[in-house]
Ligand binder design. Structure first.
Ligand SMILES: Nc1ncnc2c1ncn2[C@@H]1O[C@H](COP(=O)(O)OP(=O)(O)OP(=O)(O)O)[C@@H](O)[C@H]1O
Ligand SMILES: [Mg+2]
Length: 1045
């Protein structure tokens, strides 16, 4: 709503067609009011007027892009995005190639507008890796071309010094595929000269400010701009412009476009050569003939240039200072004067640079070009230099203004003239609107036989002395009475005195104002000649890029034909451009410059008024108001809108016109909004058209919904039917399967029942033939028979009676295994009993003693296994036989248990002495062997315990009770060679006589009590112990060590 009111806002209407009253003042006021509100865009129908705000505005955000994407042109605030969207949609939906013509003075905002259009189209077209790459390449061509083709001028800090037309190509889906860039007439004179307050092309400053030290060294450049003749006229830095950053942005852009590092280096090398050429100084010399000649004043710069491009300095020097002239089949080398030399040098610099720029555009085109064969739609964006009126206007301004004149012609033709002519042709009632038709000016300039350009060419080609004066005289003669041509001569012929028109000048009344051109330099610039020696020198360079820029320098291809003049070339390229533009649907953006000082928010009404006048905006509004915004042939119109009427949808059998009338008659459109021509329908206001479009879109949406509905219904129905069929099939199979299983089970059960029944019947029939219990009896009988056979067989084959024989036959049947095992153990016990019963008493006693020894020592003392084979003899001394032992025999009487020789350990020093030991049923006697007299008699009751070691020695400690009488000196330490026997017999004797066991310790550490106190005994296994027995060592008074082995 807000936007519609903005269009209709009486103080500042968004569309000037709605302006009331329509006067120049009201139009200007509206533009001014809108400008101050920050609304820089205003419509005249679908033409956008853009007033340069000279300040960043927040109206180019991604949100804005979304707002204008697929918008209704007249339902949103005027914006450049709206026209871009309209053109893009028209391209996609109506399949019409589009061109966007951006016109206006220098600094009016054309280049910015073209970038906004491009970025909008890039933002709304579809995405994808490949598409994004193409878009990025298209957008990145701008920084590169601006670096090489833009410069600061008095009017614009970033003025395009070349014309640019870019065709962006799309596929049928509206995805960008690539593009082609055409460039027009680079202002190359800027290379060698520019007016005060301006700069040379940006690239030179960018290169010097942004190039790394290494790069500058490689290019043999110095960072200081003032060092370079072509740059040092003005201060180089621009406020608010970062040349270094722009240089890096440009390098990045080249990388994105696809320039190889080698190409970038070559490009910069050639750029450096141009810069350095400006520093080549010439000095005047005289030849021997007295003729003036020139020579290189300081060879260093020349040498560096030659090193950069790989050329012999002599060749370049010769080409700069002399010239080859052909005189009657003879070639003569003539020396050049200093001014001629400088002319040649500058011509070379200009030529190199402009050719390099062409190469650059071609190189970008190679990257962005679309593969042939693909069907495409095209959107052209034209950003060409604006109309220029300077203090001193030369050939360049003439050419530029000619181009603008042609563009204005397109505008007039398409929007004013052709439109009115069409109304008449179609038989629509029409009151003609007056407007200025500039074809007369175009004709004045470009007429093939008598136009200014043709005259200039003629003058250039004319043999003999040519100069601008003869050219001017010719013009004066030809156009003496032309309304749009003036010069001093024609004025004086008409008796007009005009001091503003100096001599050697002519003036043209352009559509945008009167411009006075100074003819000086016209011929030279039109000829654009470069001495052949210079182009040949360039071709001789080894640097590939430079060489390729001068193909005519190839001596093999010397042609005497003069190249086409600059004017002629430009005319041809403008003609091609015009043809191209005519084939497309035009969209206009008319840029207006609000002030001369590039100031934000400053609106100079006089300046804007002049532009409004020469742009023909008033006429534009008038035609627009009186005319119809939209026209279309009946056929395509009906095709597009036939869905709006039930009678024409889906097919209409009558004529297209009838159909169209029918469709429109059904809609609530006022009659004055429509006009029916002979072949076309005309719709007056865009609003009606948009209403029509809206209805169409709604209807299309309805139809799409209908189609979707029918399709969805059909799809669901078919799917349902398929599911139903499948369900029936599945349940049929399932039921069948279930019944089959049931039947199988019933059959199995029936067979089982049958089998039982038959068995039962047969058993009942045969039962009388069998006695009951016969089988059990039989089994019992067989069992008993088997047991009997086993027992009898065992009885007959008993194993031997030897105690140690453990053989026993295995059980013949498994059921006899337990019985067999039992029998085996019974037999074994019985065999042992038998063996024991037949033993004599001594043998039995001996075995008992051995058994006792085993209980006491087995696995406890390592001596035990050695004692096993030795029978216990008890009496080792032969007491009864030897009369020497009579006394001892008497002591023992008949109670002797054991008599043996032992070693007694001396308690004081650990040395041993032999003693006789007698063990009787009551005493233990120790006797001296020589005297055979008892020395010590101990009652067995005095023995507290016995300690032996773990090892295979015969050491024993006899611990006595403290109350004992015999042990006054303390415990006895003895060594016996029959230790096992001695301890066993002592134990047995104690058991027999006192029914008490002998406390036996088997240990390595124990304490023994001597008369002088307790002694700690430690048993140590040591090789020092002799094989005869252990060695006792007293360590201090309370320690003793027993070394055993
Ligand atoms: N829409 C805009 N918003 C903000 N600033 C703008 C806009 N359009 C133009 N400008 C400012 O105006 C300056 C000049 O604009 P631009 O370079 O587009 O002019 P031009 O018409 O291309 O001039 P020339 O014919 O000299 O190339 C820009 O550098 C920018 O500062
Ligand atoms: Mg520009």
């Amino acid at each position: 709503m807000e936007t519609t009111t903005s269009l209709l806002d009486a103080a500042a209407v968004g569309d000037l067609v709605l302006l009331d009253p329509l006067t120049e003042e009201s139009l200007l006021q509206t533009l001014q009011e809108r400008f101050h509100r920050g609304d820089i865009y205003t419509y005249i129908g679908n033409v956008v007027i853009s007033v340069n705000p000279y300040r960043p505005l927040p109206i180019y955000t991604p949100e804005k892009v979304q707002e204008y994407h697929n918008c209704n042109f007249f339902a949103v605030k005027p914006h450049i995005y709206a026209i871009a969207d309209d053109a893009y949609r028209s391209l996609c939906d109506r399949d019409r190639d589009q061109c966007i013509l951006i016109t206006g003075e220098s600094g009016a905002g054309k280049t910015e507008a073209s970038k906004l259009v491009m970025s909008y189209v890039a933002a709304v077209s579809s995405r994808g890796e490949e598409v994004d790459k193409v878009k990025e390449q298209l957008l990145q061509s701008n920084p590169v071309l601006e670096a090489f083709g833009n410069a600061k001028t008095i009017r614009n800090d970033n003025s395009s010094r070349f014309g640019k037309y870019m065709d962006v190509e799309f596929d049928f889906k509206g995805e960008p595929l690539g593009g082609v860039i055409s460039n027009y007439l680079l202002e190359k004179s800027r290379i060698v000269r520019h007016v005060k307050g301006e700069r040379n092309f940006h690239i030179f400053y960018q290169l010097l400010a942004g190039g790394s030290a290494q790069l500058l060294q490689q290019l043999k450049l110095r960072q200081d701009c003032r060092h370079y003749g072509y740059l040092n006229h003005e201060s180089s830095a621009l406020p608010g412009v970062d040349d270094a950053a722009n240089f890096h942005a440009m390098q990045d852009a080249m990388r994105v476009i696809g320039f190889s590092p080698a190409e970038v280096t070559a490009l910069l090398e050639v750029t450096a050569v141009v810069l350095k050429l400006g520093n080549v100084q010439l000095s005047s010399t005289f030849q021997a003939s007295g003729m003036e000649a020139c020579s290189i004043a300081e060879p260093r710069e020349l040498q560096e240039i030659c090193e950069l491009i790989g050329l012999d300095p002599g060749v370049l020097e010769r080409a700069l200072c002399s010239r080859t002239v052909k005189v009657r089949d003879e070639t003569v080398l003539t020396a050049l004067s200093v001014p001629q030399g400088y002319y040649g040098r500058d011509a070379l610099a200009k030529n190199i640079y402009s050719r390099l720029f062409d190469w650059l555009v071609n190189r970008i085109n190679t990257s962005i070009q679309v593969k042939p064969g693909e069907q495409r739609k095209v959107m052209g964006v034209l950003d060409i230099y604006g109309f220029e009126i300077f203090q001193d206007n030369s050939f360049e301004q003439f050419i530029i203004n000619y181009c603008n004149e042609k563009l204005q012609q397109i505008f007039i033709l398409l929007t004013l003239k052709e439109e009115q002519e069409e109304y008449v042709r179609e038989g629509i009632q029409w009151t003609p609107v007056e407007f200025f038709d500039n074809s007369i000016i175009c004709n004045l300039i470009e007429n093939g036989t008598g136009g200014i350009l043709a005259m200039l060419d003629e003058e250039c080609l004319r043999p003999g002395v040519v100069n601008e004066d003869t050219f001017l005289a010719k013009l004066n003669q030809l156009f003496a009475t032309h309304k749009h041509y003036e010069s001093k001569e024609t004025q004086s012929a008409r008796h007009i005195m005009d001091a503003s028109l100096p001599p050697r000048c002519f003036r043209i009344h352009h559509y945008a104002g009167k411009v006075t051109y100074n003819v000086t330099g016209f011929i030279e610039k039109n000829n654009d000649l470069l001495f052949r020696d210079l182009s040949q020198a360039m071709w001789a360079a080894r640097q590939e890029l430079l060489r390729s820029l001068f193909p005519e320098g190839d001596p093999q291809k010397v042609s005497l034909k003069l190249p086409p003049t600059a004017g002629c070339q430009f005319k041809a390229s403008v003609a091609t451009l015009m043809k191209n533009l005519y084939s497309k649907n035009p969209n206009y953006i008319r840029c207006i410059k609000p002030n001369e000082t590039k100031a934000a928010m400053l609106f100079t009404p006089e300046l804007v008024l002049a532009q409004v006048q020469y742009l023909g905006l008033m006429e534009n509004v008038r035609v627009r108001r009186a005319g119809y915004a939209f026209r279309q042939l009946y056929g395509p119109f009906l095709n597009r809108y036939k869905m709006l009427s039930a009678q024409t949808w889906p097919r209409w059998a009558g004529s297209d016109r009838d159909g169209a009338e029918l469709v429109l008659a059904e809609l609530p459109i006022p009659a004055e909004e429509l006009a029916f021509g002979h072949t076309k329908i005309f719709i007056r206001s865009p609003r009606t058209l948009f209403d029509l479009e809206r209805r169409r879109q709604e209807r299309v949406a309805q139809l799409a919904t209908l189609i979707q509905k029918m399709f969805r219904g059909w799809r669901c129905r078919t799917q349902y039917q398929l599911m139903r069929k499948s369900q029936i099939l599945i349940s049929a199979w399932f039921r069948g399967h279930q019944q089959k299983n049931k039947y199988k089970q019933m059959k199995r059960s029936a067979l089982l029942i049958q089998a039982y029944a038959r068995g039962w019947k047969v058993r009942r029939a045969y039962r009388r033939y069998f006695r009951s219990g016969a089988s059990a009896r039989l089994a019992n009988f067989i069992y008993r028979r088997l047991v009997q056979k086993f027992l009898v067989g065992l009885g007959r084959n008993l194993p031997p009676l030897a105690v140690l024989d453990r053989n026993w036959p295995p059980a013949p049947y498994k059921f006899l295994a337990n019985a067999n095992q039992e029998l085996r153990s019974i037999f074994y016990r019985w065999k042992c009993k038998k063996y024991r019963e037949q033993l004599p008493p001594q043998r039995r006693a001996l075995l008992q003693a051995k058994l006792c020894a085993s209980e006491l020592f087995k696995d406890k003392k390592s001596l035990y296994p050695k004692s096993l084979p030795q029978p216990f003899q008890g009496e080792y001394l032969g007491l009864t036989q030897n009369p020497k032992y009579q006394k001892l025999n008497a002591v023992a009487k008949d109670k002797l248990v054991m008599a043996d020789t032992v070693q007694k350990v001396n308690r004081a020093n650990g040395k041993t002495v032999p003693r006789l030991l007698l063990l009787t049923k009551e005493h233990l006697v120790l006797a001296d062997p020589k005297a055979a007299q008892p020395k010590t008699v101990l009652s067995l009751g005095d023995i507290r315990s016995v300690t032996v070691t773990r090892f295979s020695d015969g050491f024993l400690a006899l611990h006595l009770k403290e109350t004992s009488t015999g042990g006054a000196k303390g415990d006895f330490l003895l060594v016996s060679s029959h230790l096992i026997e001695l301890v066993t017999l002592l134990h047995q004797t104690l058991m027999d006589t006192r029914a008490q066991a002998l406390p036996l310790n088997i240990t390595d550490q124990f304490s023994t009590r001597f008369q002088k106190g307790d002694v700690a005994v430690t048993v140590v296994e040591s090789p020092k112990a002799s094989s005869d027995g252990p060695v006792c060592k007293k360590r201090g008074s309370h320690k003793m060590e027993v070394l055993v082995h």
